[in-house]
Design a protein around this ligand. Structure first.
Ligand code: SF4
Length: 371
């Protein structure tokens, strides 16, 4: 059991600082002011936004309609290099590609692109490392390095959308879905994540124009931040990593539970569902002999039905064990029985397909190996 006083949680001071300001940190007014500081008229700010969000380029040399004399200043002040790819690893017949990025200060982060017949999903990171200390998670073992800047979040999206468009990951395609399920707790980097969501969902030239309904923000259950997110008017999908319906086990599996209990998290989730009209996803990593008992399936079904009615869906995730961990995925028959029991309570429940296991695609595993 982890005591509250020992929690390395939300309010941990990050170990490192943010990168230099980047174009993708700025809103429309900020872009106009930044252009003016370089002696450029307002329409140049709009032109830069079209390049970045519309043509998916951060390379000023590709922006050939900019005056040649201005390009160097624009590159230096607005487009500092944020991320350099360290490795790309593909699997699942090249339909999954994981990228390990090195940031300006040497920090590592990961994003994973998954191609499906009907959608292309990018799993992005919101923090380098994570302070939530979930014991089954590779990222949680290393603690929080630092928050990502808005631009570092947004640029993961730009890079993936460009790679897809250019046919670097199979046939050319369009990025359709974003999930904040990579490294970090998105709601612990609240302001930058919300800012990034606005840039991901705004139509060009203010953003990439991805539908808010196709963006999922995943949290371990920072209840006040869930309520705040509900009031942003964003309509993104909320995913809550519950992992067990009882406080006793959850206190250890998801240490932040010591601060906000299952009941408080579900109340906040209900507020989110009522305010946005969106069904909440409950994420549940099924771990052999830890949280996969039939009685827990019944308790989960009962609690969700009573807290959220039909505004909930359970995603069971077969655990992707981290190297050296004593935990393993549940056997298939146990998993099937768990699904059956949750459904018996009138709660929809499916098992998520686990892409990328052979390339250590669970959050943080690749970065942990690199370190
Ligand atoms: S599971 Fe998510 S919230 Fe928990 S330590 Fe890992 S990255 Fe952080």
């Amino acid at each position: 059991m982890v005591g509250v006083s020992s929690l390395p949680l939300v309010f941990d001071a990050p170990k490192r600082g943010l990168p230099p300001k980047h174009f993708a940190d700025l809103d429309e007014q900020g872009r106009i002011e930044a252009a003016a500081e370089l002696g450029l008229p307002k329409f140049r700010a709009n032109q830069l936004a079209k390049h970045y969000y519309g043509r998916l380029t951060a390379d000023v040399q590709e922006m050939t309609d900019l005056p040649a004399g201005a390009r160097e200043d624009v590159a230096r002040t607005l487009f500092p290099t944020l991320m350099t790819p360290v490795r790309h690893i593909s699997c699942d017949d090249d339909s999954t590609r994981k990228t390990l990025w090195r940031l300006h200060d040497g920090t590592l982060l990961e994003s994973v692109l998954m191609r499906y017949p009907e959608r292309n999903t990018l799993c992005i990171s919101s923090q380098a490392g994570c302070g939530m200390a979930c014991p089954f998670c590779a990222t949680g073992q290393g603690g929080l390095d630092r928050n990502l800047s808005t631009a570092e979040i947004v640029d993961q999206v730009r890079a993936a959308a460009r790679a897809l468009r250019d046919g670097e990951v199979g046939e050319p395609g369009r990025l359709s879905n974003i999930v904040f399920m990579g490294m970090g707790e998105p709601l612990a980097n609240y302001r930058r994540v919300v800012d990034a969501v606005r840039k991901i969902t705004s139509p060009a030239p203010d953003g990439f124009g991805i539908s808010a309904r196709s963006v999922t923000v995943s949290t371990v259950g920072l209840a006040p931040a869930i309520r705040r997110l509900a009031d942003e008017g964003l309509s993104v999908t909320l995913a809550v990593s519950l992992h067990t319906p009882d406080d006793e086990l959850r206190d250890t599996l998801v240490p932040v539970n010591n601060r906000w209990s299952v009941a408080e998290v579900l109340e906040a989730a209900r507020y989110y569902a009522d305010t946005t009209g969106r069904r909440v996803s409950i994420e549940y990593a099924l771990i052999r002999d830890v949280n996969d008992q039939p009685w827990r399936a019944d308790l989960l079904g009962r609690k969700l039905r009573s807290a959220l009615g039909s505004l909930v869906h359970v995603n069971l995730i077969p655990l992707n064990p981290t190297p050296g961990s004593e935990w393993d995925a549940s056997p298939k028959p146990v998993e099937a029985e768990f699904v059956r029991r949750v459904r018996e309570h009138g709660v929809s429940c499916t098992v998520r397909d686990t892409r990328g296991q052979e390339i250590a695609a669970a959050c943080g595993q690749l970065a942990a190996e690199e370190k």
